[in-house]
Ligand binder design. Structure first.
Ligand SMILES: N[C@@H](CCC(=O)N[C@@H](CS)C(=O)NCC(=O)O)C(=O)O
Length: 322
């Protein structure tokens, strides 16, 4: 775990000393777009872009899901890092299920970041959307990448499904905001807290949000009414990791997702959505967290459970809208 400072790799854990033991996530550095207008830096083209992901990572997972749902698998290839993120950060290897770096055969993801900008100061995170032609990072913020995938390649793929429809944007943005702070990032705030009070504060906010989701999902099938939107996919990647990792490793253990009938059924429905289960790799997920965060789990022992059958009926079609 570390970061690049002026293009030099430094092995450093997150510093929580300045803010009372609280984990604060840094903003992503590369925020480019894909556009079809004449002279655009990154026009939508088949085979031109490459996605770097970790199967372990909930943020990268969003990008993998939208790539799958939007018919982009044949247009945008993927390199998968090793699930272990140790002193050199994300690395490439022949760990089962990882691919190595298909473009440059680098050993470490930080080499890709310095190829994009030799003196960059940044955390070295996944996902990364890479432009093979300009040899640069288009974007390394998952919230942007899923919107790029949602709409910017439609002319190429002919796929018109819209997970961020104009009429619902305000509502989607609103729920995204709550889900991001309380749940997506909330589990990290609990898990990476280094004081009791910072941990407890994060866990309380997290479970209040899950409790209110349970109520919301008792009368509506998806987060924003009748149709699946990006808000659901953004929540899903945290929910699917919850009982396997966040409950134990990040001490988010007031309840499991399996204890919430509506949230659990909803999570199973999304898991069973065509194309999605193949993007969920529990071996990488559990290995990454339990093996990489040695300050939380110094023995690096990876738990065996939980045993859950996510293919059992979700019964979400029975939800009565009120
Ligand atoms: N805001 C970014 C966050 C991505 C992120 O933090 N990814 C984690 C993996 S789950 C990572 O690569 N962490 C490495 C680090 O922070 O050094 C996004 O949503 O794309």
């Amino acid at each position: 775990m570390g970061l690049l400072v002026d293009g030099i790799w430094q092995d450093k854990w997150y510093d929580t000393s300045e803010n009372g033991g609280k984990f604060e996530r840094q903003a992503s550095k590369f925020r480019g777009t894909i556009g079809g207008e004449a002279g655009a830096e990154h026009p939508p083209e088949s085979g031109r872009y490459h996605l770097y992901v970790a199967y372990a990572c909930p943020w990268a997972h969003r990008a993998l899901i939208l790539r799958q749902l939007k018919g982009l698998t044949e247009h945008i290839d993927v390199s998968v890092v090793n699930p272990d993120m140790l002193g050199d950060g994300w690395s490439f290897s022949d760990y089962p299920g990882s691919t190595g770096d298909k473009l440059y055969h680098y050993d470490y993801l930080h080499q890709l970041y310095t190829k994009a900008k030799h003196d960059v100061t940044t955390r070295v995170t996944v996902p990364v959307l890479w432009d093979k032609q300009t040899q640069s990072i288009v974007n390394n913020e998952s919230a942007d990448i899923i919107r790029i995938f949602n709409s910017d390649f439609n002319a190429l793929t002919g796929d018109k499904q819209d997970f961020y429809p104009a009429a619902l944007r305000e509502e989607i943005d609103d729920i995204n905001n709550t889900v991001y702070h309380a749940i997506n990032n909330g589990v990290y705030k609990a898990g990476f807290a280094t004081t009791q009070s910072a941990y407890e504060e994060a866990v309380e906010v997290l479970f209040e949000a899950l409790d209110s989701l349970e109520t919301r999902l008792s009368t509506q099938r998806y987060l924003v009414g009748h149709q699946i939107t990006e808000a659901d996919w953004r929540l899903f990647t945290t929910l699917i990791r919850f009982d396997a990792v966040y409950h134990g490793h990040f001490k988010c253990n007031i309840r499991q997702i399996a204890d919430y009938p509506n949230v659990y059924g909803y999570m199973k429905e999304l898991y069973q959505y065509p194309g999605v289960a193949s993007t969920v790799k529990f071996d990488h997920i559990k290995r990454h967290y339990y093996y990489s965060h040695t300050m939380i789990n110094p023995t690096q022992v990876v738990p065996v459970g939980p045993k859950q059958d996510l293919m059992t009926p979700h019964n979400r079609e029975k939800i009565k809208y009120v």
